[in-house]
Design a protein around this ligand. Structure first.
Ligand code: KG4
Ligand code: ZN
Length: 339
């Protein structure tokens, strides 16, 4: 199967051509990612209207580039996959409308893909997915969820954040520290020079029963810590960045490992933008080893938003194409039926 995929749910425009079969090996033949980070950085976060316009400006040329690099013609393809939710309404409409236009001219079916299912299955791009059931920790800018995966499409919510997502906590803390957007990579970079034990930040919900998370109090603790002293040297900032990164990782790791043990699953996937965080990856591997769990994490470039993961997820939905019976759904739940 050859699938051309388009991802435009937030602030990255991505196009990829993936070849293969869901249950065998897959290959990313060609891909392009255009980040809008520079455009949104001066606003400290994503501006939806600007995001839509940027997607529209770059998408047609990116599709052409990916097709040219792959040296494939439209008749070599089997489907067009596109993210249809969740995400920003306007941004999703740009990608899905463009996919529908391509479908009209080429006769190829369009497969709508859930953005978080793309993240969830992304480790399959580099090696076989673990046997079912497995646990997934989905950590992105908008989501923090523990999902038990019994089969493709059979997803059970085990826990989730009751307020801010982990990525949001990185982004808001970075803003307080005067670090650039997106906050995750900025905090990780600053933390390299920092002492994670310098500031005693809370570990919200860690000792509460259940598997839900809460990160808004942590961000508030960063704010109060910053108010305690007037002048912040680069070293102070690095220490606070390292402390907040350690607090986020600590809560995610402990709750996730406990959920796996309690649910009796032995494999864990960690996906979404925050899964690119090296401190989190290291701590998870260490704790998982002790608990006898196997951890599967996508290559760093497939943790953050990309189109290869959308093409890969589409491979599992090749038979449920209903060309016009779906629409974008900015609030599409991973636990609702497809569409
Ligand atoms: O999955 P993603 O690319 O987009 C969404 O679907 O939200 O995730 C973006 C989030 C942002 O909050 C960003 O700060 C965070 O992932 N992120 C990171 C790292 N890279 C991206 N957080 C921590 N460490 C990183 N290296
Ligand atoms: Zn994402």
């Amino acid at each position: 199967m050859n699938i051309l995929a388009i991802e435009s749910s937030c602030d990255e425009t991505a196009v990829a051509l993936v070849s293969g079969d869901a249950h065998q090996s897959v290959r990313v033949v060609s891909e392009r990612i255009a980040s809008q980070i520079d455009v949104h950085a001066r606003f400290g976060g994503v501006v939806p209207e600007i995001a839509s316009r940027e997607h529209l400006a770059v998408l047609p040329a990116m599709v052409q580039d990916v097709m040219r690099d792959a040296q494939m013609a439209w008749q070599d393809l089997h489907a067009i996959a596109v993210t249809s939710g969740p995400g920003l309404m306007g941004a999703l409409l740009v990608g899905t409308s463009y996919a529908r236009g391509l479908s009209r001219t080429t006769g190829l079916p369009v497969i709508p893909v859930h953005h978080m299912e793309g993240h969830l299955l992304a480790p399959g791009l580099s090696s076989a997915l673990p046997a079912f059931p497995f646990m997934t920790l989905l950590v992105s800018g908008g989501h923090t969820m523990l999902v038990r995966v019994n089969a493709i499409g059979d997803y059970h919510l085990i826990g989730q954040t009751i307020d801010d997502a982990a990525g949001e906590c990185f982004d808001k803390s970075a803003r307080l520290l005067g670090l650039s957007y997106p906050g995750g990579p900025s905090i990780a970079k600053a933390a390299e020079e920092g002492d994670a034990t310098r500031f005693a930040l809370p570990r919200p919900m860690l000792h509460k029963p259940g598997y839900d998370f809460s990160f808004s109090g942590l961000k508030t603790a960063v704010m109060y810590t910053m108010k305690k002293q007037e002048h912040w040297s680069e070293q102070d900032k690095a220490d606070l960045a390292a402390s907040v990164q350690a607090a986020i990782a600590d809560v995610l790791v402990k709750k996730t490992v406990k959920a796996c043990v309690d649910e009796g699953v032995t494999s864990l996937i960690v996906a979404g933008g925050v899964a690119a965080n090296q401190c989190l990856r290291m701590q998870l591997h260490k704790a998982a080893d002790c608990a006898g769990l196997q951890v599967h994490v996508p290559d760093a470039k497939y943790c953050t938003d990309n189109a290869a993961m959308i093409a890969y997820a589409a491979l599992y939905h090749m038979t449920d194409t209903t060309p016009d019976a779906w629409d974008v759904n900015p609030r599409w739940s991973l636990f609702a039926s497809r569409g």
